[in-house]
Structures are given as C-alpha cells and as structure tokens.
Design a protein around this ligand. Sequence first.
Ligand code: ZN
Length: 453
Amino acid sequence: MERITISDTTLRDGEQSPGCSMNVPEKLRMAHHLDRLGVDVIEAGFPVASEGDFAAVQSIAAVVRRPIIAGLARACSKDIERAWQALQGAARPRIHVFLATSDIHLKYKLRISRQQCLEQAIEAIRLAKSLCDDVEFSPEDATRTDPEFLCQVVEAVVAAGATTVNIPDTVGYTTPVEFGELICLIRENVRGIEDVTISAHCHDDLGLAVANSLAAIAAGARQVECTINGIGERAGNASLEEIVMAMRVRPDRLAYETEIVSEELFPASQMLSEITGVAVQPNKAIIGRNAFAHEAGIHQDGMLKNPLTYEIMTPQSVGVPDSKLVLGKHSGRHALGLRCEQLGHQFDRHQLDEVYRHFVVLADQIKHVEDVHLLELISAIQKDRPAAADDRAQVKSIPLDVPAFAAARPDSGHGHSKLLRSMSVSSGAGLASFPLNSMPEHHGDQEDYLWGV
Ligand SMILES: [Zn+2]
C-alpha cells in the first residue's frame, strides 16, 4: 500500500476560521494531541502574522519532536526569515512558502505580472532552501490558474529546491475529476516532478474537499493537507478524519495507508471543540454526535442482531466509546424491550406491547425518551393497568413529579447494554406530564419496520 503523508493545518488554516482562534497554550495542547494522533506534519502557524503565531510555532517546535513542524510564509524574505526564526528549535523544520498564481489574484491582489510572479517564486524558494532543507511551495489559487503557467511555476520552484509542491484549491472551486486531471497534467508536464512530493490542499466551499483530496491521491498526490473537524477558512478544509477513515474502511478502492492512530480521532475532535468552543455539526461523518447513533426501529433491531447491518466501521475504531441507540418515536420494540430489561423491568410480549404503545405517544411529544422518562412511564402504566386495560379509548393525563426524574438513573447493565448505555440527551426532561392515551390497535409488529433505507 502506498503511504500518504498527512499534513495537518488545524493550527494554521483551521485557526483562520471565524471563532477558532487559539492562544499559545491551547495550540500547544492541540499539537501534543496531533502528535499522538500520528500526523506526519503539523503546520503550526504563520509566524510573521502575529507575535502569538510566532510564539506558537516556536513553542511547538521546541517540544513536539516527532512530526515535521511547518511554518507558513509569503514569498518574501521578511516572512521566510521570520518563519525560519520560529522554527529554529524544531527537530524537523519545514518552511512553507506560498504565492498566488491565478490571473485574478495576480491582477487584483498582488498587481504583478506572470513573469514577476515566476521570478518572485524562484527567489523565495532559493532563500528558503538556503535556510532549510525541507521546503514546500504552494501556488495559491492553483485551480483557477492557467494550467500551462501553473506547470511553468511548479517546474521553476522544483528546480529552485522545493521538496513538496502543494496544489491548493484555495477557493473550493474544483471538482474531483477536474482536480485529478490537473494533478496528472502536472505529473506529465513538469520536469523533475518525480523527485518531489505532490500535495493537495482542498477547501470545502462546494462540499467537495474530501472527494477532491481523494481524487488528487488517486492521480498521484502523496500528501494531503487537512484539519480536525474540517475547520478552516470559510466552509473549511478537507476533514482529516474523513480522508483517513475513507482509506481505512475502503482499502479495496483506496489502497493507501497513513500513520494515523484512528482511535485518537474522536478525542482530537473533542479537544478541538472544547478549546475553540465551536461544536461539531451532529451529523458530521466519523466524529459527529449522531455518526454512530441509531434511532430507526429497523436499524436498532439490525444493530442488536449484528452491528455490521448498519455500521461500516466500529465506533471504537475512531475512539467513540459506543454506538448509541436513541429511543425516539422511530424506535422499535426490540430496543425498547432491552432497555426496559436493563432498567430492571422484564415484560412478556403482551406487556411490552402495552409499554410500547405508551412509549410511542410519549416519544411523539418529547422526541428523545431518556431512562428517567421510561421509568416514569413504566411505573405509571403499572399503577394504571386495570383502567388502561378496560378503557382504552379514554385519554388520561398522569401528572409526573419532575424531581422524580432526577432520582432515577440508568444501571450499568450487561450484554447489549454497551450499545444502549449512552442514551441521547433530550430536551424533554422538563416535561411535567404526558397523556397516557392508548394507541389504536393496528400498532402491530410491522410498525417496527417502517423506517429504513
Ligand atoms: Zn487553505
């Protein structure tokens, strides 16, 4: 299997996302975790940008010794020298120089000609190379650069000593096929390209950052730049955890390996959210709160019989403690019965039907049924059983003592309880009462299997 270099830019590009600023101690904490996670490169900051960025790069370089530590610099001597200064103590320093190459950036942002751009890139790489063996060059906005000029610049920086050439889709504009073709074009037309590492750096403006990164790898890129939780400018960067797990889960299609310790993915994600205060969207692949949560009855039933029915990877493989079977209105009898058992209530089929009918009504109202709700429900049914059995049509409202919710607690359980231990937190805890009206009789077995696909 081909080895892919994982270059993490959480502390540089990631930190540029709104609300994700980190101070030096926070960056240092995150860098230690990235080290444990097994990333090959940590882009620790942009030293010329601020004193804080300089200090962060410097202190990370001093104590995080295994990965390469990279500092970003524009293609000018002031930036490059400052980056090199910050990297002085690094065991494996890298200077990462960037210069825009698209006409739109040259004309409106830099106000220089293509020829000036070419010369500036060469000069910058020569200077960086005179200081540091490991030099990366990025032609910013590469995907909107004239491909012929892009190849010309890449060839020139390779000749000047760059050891990694990073092709950034700075504005998240490219598509997988197009990006793969661009990487192929560079490989076919740039002299000396076989001696350097081609890297991809994708942004997620069209939600394609991970797909584009994987397309670049398929076309010959051997480094990807990515971030924890996919944070980064605007819509973010390619998400590290998604790229890594795509390769891990589908080696038949993506026969590449990384040094990532996948069990550290979720802890790294959690640490970043905790530091930045920016939560991960619940449905985010791999590390989102719902990535391993199952609510639909047919899914829960399948999960309880064999997790392979609905999980392509185990939660443990990415450091998530357990799958979650969320008890909501889409849940089935199987999951409900097991949960009741774990809470100390064993029911025969007929009794469980009754609990289930009430459960569905409750779940309709409070969305997520927690253990405390379930215990109250069971005790209410037990008290109410004669009436409920005799008079199904009557709607009853049983007042619940809210403090009683707090007294009930889930037990540790056994067997399937691992799957069920983490029940979803719901907004329903404040509900003072719920009606115990009976459900229509047609609520039969097949109702457990309504939700699927
Ligand atoms: Zn970027």
